[in-house]
Design a protein around this ligand. Sequence first.
Ligand code: HEM
Length: 125
Amino acid sequence: YVPGTIYEAIGGAETIQRLVNLFYKRVGKHPKLTPIFPDDLTETALKQYWFLTQFFGGPKLFNENRGHPMMRRRHLPFEITPSRRDAWVGCMKEALEETQIEEPYRTAIFERLSLTASHMVNTPE
Ligand code: HEM
């Protein structure tokens, strides 16, 4: 761990793993999101685990496994509308609550992911 990172403060790999699992459990049931996600979310969850790990200051797992993040570009094949963004953000909010990540980290993470999510919108409603 690098001390002083969000990654370290919230409990590292174990916490990110829990967050990702709780998040995709919701994504897999959300009627706005299931049309664009694969039925089996195992791979998706692993990639997200790599991404969030490095996004919050942990080891650079995404770069090591997938290369440069280029998140907006990687999302262009999917129609991401404002309401899909809201659905994604809603699933993340609930997952952050269920993971019981403490403040101020929960809000800091939520705000950063909400901003990133808005950046992914590529299709009007
Ligand atoms: C991949 C949807 C926002 C991180 C994907 C995929 C979809 C998707 C459909 C492809 C899944 C797959 O083929 O495995 C969405 C929607 C979003 C959103 C609807 C709402 C705005 C975000 C945000 C992040 C993110 C905010 C990061 C914080 C990722 C990652 C991948 C991914 C890491 C895997 C990329 C790869 O390695 O190929 N997303 N996404 N997504 N998304 Fe999102």
